[in-house]
Design a protein around this ligand. Structure first.
Ligand SMILES: [Zn+2]
Length: 262
């Protein structure tokens, strides 16, 4: 008999499949990333309703029931989807929408399928719900950093990886994506590096998790160039971890401006 899993989930990707169905990639709270066939999700039933209420949208949150894939099958089957909300904050402004697009790709790229991360799930829901707020760029960075940390790729930013000298604000440093950490300008970095001010690396190291960021008011408005540099560091860490370029890098440029050395 099939095992039905009941869970809560956020839809990270929805692809139309055949005339009537979708393939959805969900981040579930208890089962991690799952790819499911939502059979009939695009089909209007005779009563004028869809099988799941409506086709499933990216960045919608719902209660789900599904059957995990069996054997070598890649797709499980979605049997119920009860929409909880559409994470309205992500749809309120273009920056929030762009941030949501990048985060969906980052989460799918970094998390292994079926590996549960309930605490990360809660942090991401808190973050997605606040992406339209004043601190949206900081929140985006906090969410991306949380995904890196949960998957074991938390960058080491407070000391040089080679000589252990503390990183200092106002002193130029390098970030080495290949080794996942900071490095002084004078130390022999092994791979392609990003040059940034030490203050950016320290601010990123101290950036709290989304739920903490939500409850703390920013001490001062974030500097646009510093935010852009911090985003470049995190995205380089993500691309090094997944060993491929992000498809949504265009959105990063639109969100933070073109990458420059600062
Ligand atoms: Zn050093």
């Amino acid at each position: 008999m099939a095992n039905y899993e009941k869970d809560e989930a956020i839809c990270l990707r929805a692809i139309d499949f055949s005339e009537t169905s979708q393939v959805v990639t969900l981040l579930t709270r208890q089962n991690g990333i799952v790819a499911l066939l939502a059979k009939g999700s695009r089909k209007m039933a005779k009563a004028g309703t869809f099988s799941f209420g409506a086709p499933i949208d990216q960045l919608a949150r719902g209660e789900v029931v599904f059957i995990l894939p069996r054997g070598t099958a890649e797709l499980g089957t979605l049997t119920a989807w009860n929409l909880l909300d559409h994470l309205a904050a992500v749809r309120k402004s273009l920056p929030a929408f762009l941030a949501g697009q990048i985060l969906c790709e980052v989460i799918i790229a970094l998390l292994s399928p079926h590996e549960p991360h309930p605490e990360l799930y809660d942090e991401l829901i808190a973050g997605f719900s606040a992406l339209a707020e004043a601190q949206s760029k900081r929140m985006f960075l906090s969410m991306a950093k949380s995904v890196l940390a949960a998957t074991g790729y938390q960058p080491h930013l407070e000391n040089c990886l080679i000589c252990k000298t503390p990183v200092r604000p106002g002193v130029r440093a390098q970030f080495c994506p290949g080794s996942g950490g900071a490095c002084c300008i004078g130390c022999p970095a092994q791979s392609k590096t990003l040059q940034v001010d030490g203050g950016v690396l320290l601010a990123l190291a101290r950036l709290p998790a989304p739920s903490v960021l939500l409850s703390s008011a920013a001490s001062k408005p974030a500097d646009a160039a510093a935010l852009r540099a911090a985003a470049a560091v995190l995205m380089a860490a993500i691309e090094a971890a997944t060993d491929r370029p992000l498809r949504t890098r265009w959105a990063l440029d639109a969100l933070f401006g073109k990458r420059r050395t600062v």
